[in-house]
Design a protein around this ligand. Sequence first.
Ligand SMILES: Cc1ncc(COP(=O)(O)O)c(C=O)c1O
Ligand SMILES: N[C@H](C=O)CCC(=O)O
Length: 426
Amino acid sequence: MTQSETLFAEAQKYIPGGVNSPVRAFKGVGGTPLFFKHAEGAYLYDEDDQRYIDYIGSWGPMILGHGNQTIKDALHAQVDQGIGYGAPTALETEMAKKVCELVPSIDLVRMVNSGTEATMSAVRLARGYTGRDKIVKFEGCYHGHVDSLLVKAGSGALTLGVPNSPGIPASLAEHTLTLTFNDIDSVRETFARMGDDIAAIIVEPVAGNMNCIPPVPGFLEGLREVCDEHGTVLIFDEVMTGFRVALGGAQGLYGVTPDLTALGKVIGGGLPVGAFGGKREIMEHISPLGPVYQAGTLSGNPLAMCAGLATLNAISEPGFHDRLTQKTNAVRDGLKEAADSTGIPLAVQSAGAMFGFFFTDAPRITRFDQVMACDVERFKKFFQGMLKEGIYLAPSAFEAGFTSIALTDDDIHQTTEAARRVMARL
Ligand SMILES: Cc1ncc(COP(=O)(O)O)c(C=O)c1O
Ligand SMILES: N[C@H](C=O)CCC(=O)O
């Protein structure tokens, strides 16, 4: 047995399914999840001392690569100063100021501990602000494990075939209307019937939990229009896209301004952090200023603020996102070249530093039903082949890939050549 197999067997005795988040269990691809003990730059090292080029980046936060010295120095210094006080710190204001500078639609921001808390709080705020109950989400989009949002959800819920989780009262789920991503007509039609009852639209501006699907031109703009017409709050869930697809997130990249934004992943530099923020008028409804309650024992924790700020400062360097996007485009194009040279039908797409690939004859994937028609069995074989080649991709056909600035041209070349060898055997 490998070390990972031994450790997984032991983990399953004490942890449900042996993992603390379902998609890690490799059920979407088969086999045993790898257990890691070290990470540096673009590489992960497993318990059997194998090295992997990492295209998950801890599910997005590790945009600078692993073991970044600036983040480590900031953390070491803060550990010596104090791990947490449960009281205000100057660091929190520094973080809030930085977020407001980078994301101009955010006038006020509240720190939380995960992306789930960010979206949950944003939806509660939208409901409290509008006095309405109904919300709109899109099939295949995932916004964390919030009860109201685990309806036709993507990511692990889709991978495991439970997009509508048991445990969520029907009386709550009935307030969630689920529409088709990239289909503005269905949104307009729904709003024509009941728009004045809808508190919020929540959307991943680039869908990254059903692989990677950028918005078609006019989709995000159309959401903005219907929200303006009906007094509905537009929430961009930028937990994945924030600071990744561009410094100003997807709203900066596509030029559409939401009322509220949920953030996570990169904002914590690898520590457990989320945030939500937006228009002053709406955010002033949050406690203690307003009546909508929201709180957190560890929110704004100094270690998390340090790691997050070090990351945001580093990615604010001029040219950072251009360089990262170029690397991502090279990974995306390398996969396509490998497919073309081996006669495998493959569609590739990307947005900034997120990418996806689909085993399909279709030139482009824009909708959930097209995702579901792709060849998942072929994905599984490809995933396993790449893993043997030392390339660590997301273990599900429904997750986006993430790049880091630590990725070298040689890593990308190795990835392309590995894809060519694996595809030749598919
Ligand atoms: C778009 C999006 N929103 C929300 C979440 C939830 O974040 P977290 O896992 O930190 O709770 C995730 C990822 O899990 C995500 O990808
Ligand atoms: N798709 C999820 C977040 O973006 C994957 C993370 C997880 O569920 O563990």
